[in-house]
Write a protein that binds this ligand. Sequence first.
Ligand SMILES: Nc1ncnc2c1ncn2[C@@H]1O[C@H](COP(=O)(O)OP(=O)(O)O)[C@@H](O)[C@H]1O
Ligand SMILES: [Mg+2]
Length: 238
Amino acid sequence: MDFATNRPTTAKKPYILAVSSQKGGTARTTTSLALAWTWGRLGLDVTLVDADPVGATGLVASDWKGVRFIDGRSGDWLKNPIGDLVVVDAPALTAAESRSILDLAHGVLLTGSADPLSIRTLTVTNRRLAQARQTNPWLKVAGLLITAYDESVPLQVEILGHLRRSCPDLLIDHPIPELQEIREWPASLTEGVPDGPARLAYSVVADEILRLIRPELRRNEPNQDVLSWGDHFGLTMV
Ligand SMILES: Nc1ncnc2c1ncn2[C@@H]1O[C@H](COP(=O)(O)OP(=O)(O)O)[C@@H](O)[C@H]1O
Ligand SMILES: [Mg+2]
């Protein structure tokens, strides 16, 4: 979509957003599905790629407005990505398969839990992304999204507070709360992100990410100005 004219511009190359993490089980698949659904409903032409060998997105992908699904596990999609925005359910950064995705991606959305182990792995993540930037200098961190956040757990509140202080530019402002309906969502995917707090949480996050990447969506070319975005990633973590 060309935001200036409101017309679809299919000839443009899409913005490629890899949803990844250092560890598994941090809601990469859930987040990829939820963001693709939300952006599709907003009128963007979205390609949802299942690039994790686990293949979970493929098991649950649904027929959603504005979203085309691609089984990307063979890597063929990398040759000709289409749409305004490609959301890639990427493998963990430790997996060899993540390399070709990071070579092509414009941004990486990192998902993580508010637990000490997830936070400690951020330094490893930083090294991995620095390595990826050697072949893809345009690669940026589109944010760190805390998922399955439980504000009744003091340690999680403490960790979120620490992240807010130490890397405010990196952290997506609002975490995704731990919700039963998100856990159960794959049982009824046709209806999209469950109406209520889950839909609200993901739409706030989708808006925030869109705001960050919109300059690149519009220009559809590497944007030096935004390159520094996520540079705070190297900040000392706990
Ligand atoms: N906000 C949430 N609240 C409750 N459960 C969640 C939430 N996000 C993800 N889950 C559950 O956590 C598990 C791991 O999520 P998943 O998206 O499969 O992670 P990954 O793709 O990173 O391995 C799944 O059972 C999923 O339903
Ligand atoms: Mg997954």
